[in-house]
Structure formats: C-alpha cells, structure tokens
Ligand binder design. Structure first.
Ligand code: NAI
Ligand code: MG
Length: 357
C-alpha cells in the first residue's frame, strides 16, 4: 500500500530555487523504498513576484496551501525588496496562521565537515556535538505590539512589547521535554530573569511546572549570555535547548555556526497538533552571491525534507536520508565549495541519491 502526500513547494528566491529540486528528488527516491509517494504543487511566491505584482503571495495564499500535508520552502529575499517585507509578507503569516509554534533546529557536527571549534567532535561519536534548539515561533519578543512616537523630535521614542502567554510557554516547554524523552533526556531552558523581570520569571515558572510531568528528563535553566558562551565552550553538553523566539533565533544560528556550515542546517516550523501544515526550510537564505551558478549546497534542504518525513510519520525514511547525508560527507569525495570541495549542487545531490538507491 502506498501513502500519498500532497506537498506545497515554495522555492522562493535565489538558491532557494536551486535546492528545492534536490530535496524533492530525495523525497521521491526514499519514498519509493518505503511505500510513500509525493505530489507537489509549486507556488512562485517570492521577491520576484513582489516586484511584479506588489505582494509576496496572493491574498488567498494561505487558503491555497492550508490543506496540503506539508510545505517545503527554499528561501526568500532579494535586492530591492526590504528583508522585513519578504519576512512579514510570507514567512511570518504562514508561521502564525498555521500555528507553527515550534521552530525546530537540529544541529550536529558531521565527520568530514570542519567545525570552527577545534575540539568539536562528530555528533554520532561519544562526546560529539548533537543538539536541538526548540525555539518558540509565534510570540515572545517578535510581537507587533508597540509603536513610535514623536518622530523626528528630540523626544522621539519607540516601544516594543514582548508577549508571553501561559499557553504559549507551556506548549513549547511540553514539546521540548517530550522531544528530550526520545533523545538523551536533558533540557536546557534559556532565560534572563535577572534582567528581564516580568516575562522571564514567568517563562521560568511555567517551564518548572511542565518539567514535573517529565520525571525522566533532567533540566536546568541558564541565563542566555552564559548559555551562549557555553554553546561555544562546551557544545556537546547540550541535548535539547528550549528558548523564546529571540533567544532561540540567535542561539540556533550560533549553534549552526559551531557545526561548521550554514549550507547544511535544516529547520522545521511545526504545528504539532497537525491542525495545519507544517513548513520545512533550510536555515540559509537566498545567497545572492552564489545564486544562478549551480554551486549551492543542497544538504540543508535535503535534511529539511528528512525532518518533513519524520513529521509525516515516516521516521525510518527520515533516518535513511540523514544517514545518506552523513555517509556522503564522511567520504568527503563530493563536497560543494562551502565545504571546501569543488562539486556542484547536482553532483552532491547525485551522491546522496546514489546512497538511497
Ligand atoms: P544567506 O544564508 O543567504 O548567505 C550567507 C552566506 O552563506 C553567503 O555567503 C552564502 O553564499 C552562503 N550560503 C548560504 N547558503 C548556502 C548554501 N546552501 N550553499 C553554499 N553557500 C551558502 O544569508 P544572507 O546573505 O544574510 O541573506 C541573503 C538573503 O536571504 C537576504 O535577503 C535575507 O533576508 C534572506 N534570508 C532568508 C531566509 C529565509 O528565507 N528563511 C533566511 C536567511 C536569510
Ligand atoms: Mg535567524
């Protein structure tokens, strides 16, 4: 019996359009081995569309993808369109309307990829770097509450409110603790309750409350500044890190840098209740400096497709893709330029596909 999934593809701009075909090729290949088939509907929502039609996506855009099983996104962003337009015109509406309140960012050091930290060991070895940042994705510091007053005067001021709800903090904490039970049973919660005296103690107390439902998981709370230093000094000490929207955003880029290349890092924007489609995307942007040359690293998009397989209920298929990535990197025969090689996007994609054949 074959399970069929309908996927909305949003390649976006720049190398986004170059890394999505490798991801779908890998999905098709691994799906054949596991009785899973994929149908794709492609949408041209992008900065290019914005330039032509004045909007990143059509007015009824969300309705057009609401019933898909998942969304696979390349990257958006291009010269001439301010970054806040591409973000607030596409990504943030999708994340919020579809209640994708978990931003999941697994980070590992792969054998064959040079970490800027000399001591960082591969994630599949003892004492290696293998962690997941669970970032709150819909509230917190990235709120629309606030304003500017007295523009252009000496008294000009700006106020931006952080919004934390009991529901929002409890559900992200629950997700992190539950994830830890399927990993190494440890959670680190990012806080700053010494400086941010209302929202962060609130965050801390709810995380503490939720922790009691997971007696098998140990956890600790760390101030974001010390935590950031520790990600650099001792990255292998982390399993699951749970953090608010802003702290999680910064930490996940820092941790991805520790792993060695932004071209590999994946992410999932998850609606764990599955009321709406979840969205999977590489962490990198549209990389205008290398776009159009066929040299982009497709592994971030391919690993994102692996996260999508996990979410859609095919964890064995997802794990096979991750193994194919790991083995391809380990041999070091086919690496794109960001990894110190000379391979093209197609070469690296074929190397991964060969391992899935
Ligand atoms: P970027 O991630 O596009 O590029 C940063 C550097 O990493 C560049 O030198 C690029 O060549 C390299 N790089 C990134 N991905 C790569 C890959 N797969 N293979 C090889 N090299 C890779 O970040 P940047 O330059 O800050 O942003 C460019 C545009 O992308 C901006 O418009 C930005 O707003 C947008 N962006 C979009 C994101 C999204 O769609 N979620 C995320 C980050 C940035
Ligand atoms: Mg970021």
């Amino acid at each position: 019996m074959t399970t069929a999934h309908r996927i909305a593809l949003i390649p976006g701009d720049g190398i986004g359009t170059e890394v999505i075909p490798p991801a779908t090729a890998v999905l098709d290949a691994v799906g054949r081995r596991h009785g899973v088939s994929f149908g794709y509907d492609e949408f041209d929502w992008s900065c290019q569309r914005y330039a032509a039609e004045g909007a990143m996506m059509p007015d009824d855009g969300l309705d057009r993808i609401r019933d898909h099983d998942a969304i696979l996104l390349g990257a958006v962003g291009w010269a001439g369109v301010p970054d806040h337009v591409s973000l607030w015109g596409l990504l943030i509406p999708i994340r919020r309307a579809f209640r994708q309140y978990v931003n999941l960012r697994p980070i590992t050091v792969f054998d064959g990829v040079r970490s800027p930290l000399s001591g960082a060991r591969p994630g599949d070895t003892d004492g290696g770097v293998d962690l997941v940042v669970v970032r709150e994705n819909t509230e917190g510091e990235y709120s629309e509450v606030g304003g500017r007053f007295g523009r252009g005067t000496d008294g000009e001021l700006a106020v931006q409110e952080a919004v934390f709800t009991r529901t929002g903090v409890a559900r992200i904490a629950d997700y992190a603790f539950d994830l830890a039970t399927r990993r190494r049973n440890h959670v680190t919660s990012a806080t700053k309750s010494n400086g941010i005296v209302h929202t962060m103690p609130f965050w801390d107390s709810i995380v503490d409350e939720r922790a009691s439902a997971f007696p098998g998981v140990t956890w600790r709370s760390e101030h974001i500044d010390a935590l950031a230093a520790k990600v650099v000094l001792d990255p292998s000490s982390f399993d699951v890190i749970v953090a608010s929207n802003l702290f999680g955003d910064i930490l996940s880029d820092l941790a991805a840098a520790v792993a060695g290349s932004i071209g590999i890092a994946p992410s999932g924007n998850l609606n764990p209740e599955r009321e709406f489609p979840s969205m999977f995307e590489p962490v990198h942007g549209s990389a205008p400096d290398i776009a159009g040359r066929g040299v982009a690293n497709p592994l971030g998009a391919i690993w994102s497709a692996s996260l999508m397989l996990d979410h859609l209920g095919h964890p064995e298929a997802g794990a096979e893709v991750l193994t194919a990535i790991r083995e391809t990197l380990r041999t070091g025969e086919t690496l794109t330029r960001d990894l110190g090689g000379t391979a093209t996007t197609d070469d690296l994609t074929r190397a991964v596909l060969d391992r899935l054949a």
